[in-house]
Design a protein. Structure first.
Length: 435
């Protein structure tokens, strides 16, 4: 009896069942009958396979029993189970805020300076919060839309169609189940305006991304944040534990926001946020419903017959347009409000005697790579500013108040005698509008 070839498959499973001694005994029994020399030929071989490639010391006795003093060729194959998944390849970024104002501030800053560019989804917990985000962005001339789960199916599909057509790049979604699956494609960024409460909600949000180098940005509160019913830090602890269990590491990366620079825009955002009361949000939502009623094709014939009802609906919308140009200047960011950086690591630093060297974000923050789209955008900051833009009714040469001529001789007399001028300056013929 002679043995020409032998294969022992999955040695690690035999060891798991405490069969190490049996394998060694089999090797010693079979070894004398194994073909040797010219009799064996080129096809004679002994093959041992195992999935435990990193623990070769456990198989030394077994290899010695089957091979004796012969040299073995070890072939290591790539472990396919350890290849990174789509969920692991995307960026999981955290921004820790101290208040709701900071959430609005960092969201506005990232959108205004194209850090979050391309198709972006913003997830919130409830409908009121979604419209609050929409109204604030609208004041800064940033277009967005809310997919309202309480509206008709046609309106929701219309919002998605305009989003994919490029009418706006920001879509605000409520973190709840819609009556049908939302088909969204080519999403570059996802923003969790509120922290997901469980890993299922987080993975569903991340599944909306359409690129391997896209990112999920979660705006959360720290444990010491003075916010009513702050549970965000507990939610984040739960998400981190789940990730450690699944991937043996935490995928979250904290972004060190340079609040000193970002706070240059704080006054602007604060002024708008203070006006976003529940009453105003409710009126805004009711106005949207009225617009949908007025534009409904099925009601066109009805309104033709009842023009008085159509006039009442239109009159109720007039208050919305009365102050539509009040915040038109917020679209423009003056130079003194422009932040030099958004992250602390993006500030110019001195390296080896060279001044003005800007470090890449990925070089300063552990866990980030330059492959992510959002990191590429952060590395391009600050952006070059164009020519200074003048506001309406304003001439750059007439900004000096000492050179302005009053339209009233009485005001000149008051200035001469150091009296207080109560009334504002009237609009001059040359176009300057005073205050």
């Amino acid at each position: 009896m002679a043995v020409s070839s032998l294969m022992v498959d999955k040695v690690d499973l035999h060891l798991a069942m405490d069969l190490e001694e049996e394998l060694i005994e089999c090797g010693k029994i079979i070894q004398p009958y194994f073909m040797k020399g010219e009799e064996a030929g080129s096809n004679s071989k002994i093959i041992l396979t195992t999935n435990e490639q990193d623990k070769e010391e456990n198989f030394n006795d077994i290899k010695a029993a089957f091979l004796e003093e012969k040299k073995a060729v070890i072939v290591k194959l790539k472990d396919q189970t350890k290849s990174s998944t789509r969920f692991e390849s995307i960026g999981h970024l955290l921004v820790k805020c101290e208040s709701e104002l900071q959430k609005f501030l960092i969201l506005y800053t990232m959108l205004k300076f194209n850090v979050l560019s391309g198709r972006t989804l913003v997830f919130v917990d409830n409908l009121y919060e979604g419209y609050k985000v929409k109204i604030l962005l609208e004041k800064f001339a940033i277009r967005s839309a809310v997919v309202n789960p309480e509206s008709t199916k046609v309106n929701r599909k219309t919002a998605l169609r305009y989003f994919h057509a490029g009418q706006y790049d920001i879509l605000i979604l409520i973190r709840m189940k819609y009556s049908y699956k939302l088909r969204i494609s080519d999403v570059v960024n996802v923003v969790n305006f509120t922290t997901p409460q469980n890993i299922q909600d987080y993975t569903q949000v991340a599944a909306k991304l359409g690129f391997d180098n896209a990112s999920v940005v979660t705006l959360t509160y720290g444990e010491d944040s003075k916010v009513h019913d702050n549970m965000d830090h507990k939610y984040m602890e739960s998400l981190t534990k789940k990730m450690l269990k699944r991937y043996n590491r935490s995928l979250f990366v904290d972004l060190p926001v340079d609040w000193v620079e970002v706070n240059k825009l704080k006054s602007r955002v604060d002024d708008i946020q203070c006006t976003l009361t529940n009453k105003k949000i409710k009126n805004y939502m009711s106005n949207e419903i009225k617009k949908q009623i007025l534009s409904n094709k099925r009601l066109k014939e009805y309104f033709n017959e009842h023009e008085d009802e159509k006039a009442i609906l239109r009159a109720s919308l007039s208050s919305e347009y009365k102050y539509r140009f009040l915040n038109s200047n917020l679209d423009y960011v003056p130079d003194y409000c422009f932040p030099k950086s958004i992250l602390v690591s993006a500030i110019d630093k001195e390296i080896d005697g060279q001044e003005g060297v800007q470090l890449d974000v990925a070089e300063q923050i552990v866990g980030l790579t330059n492959d992510l789209i959002i990191v590429k955008k952060l590395n391009n900051l600050p952006k070059k500013r164009g020519a200074t833009r003048a506001f309406n009714y304003e001439e750059p040469d007439m900004i000096d108040p000492e050179r302005l001529a009053f339209t009233s001789g009485r005001n000149l007399w008051k200035l001469k005698h150091k009296k207080r001028i109560r009334k504002g300056i009237k609009k001059a013929k040359d176009g300057y509008m005073g205050s």
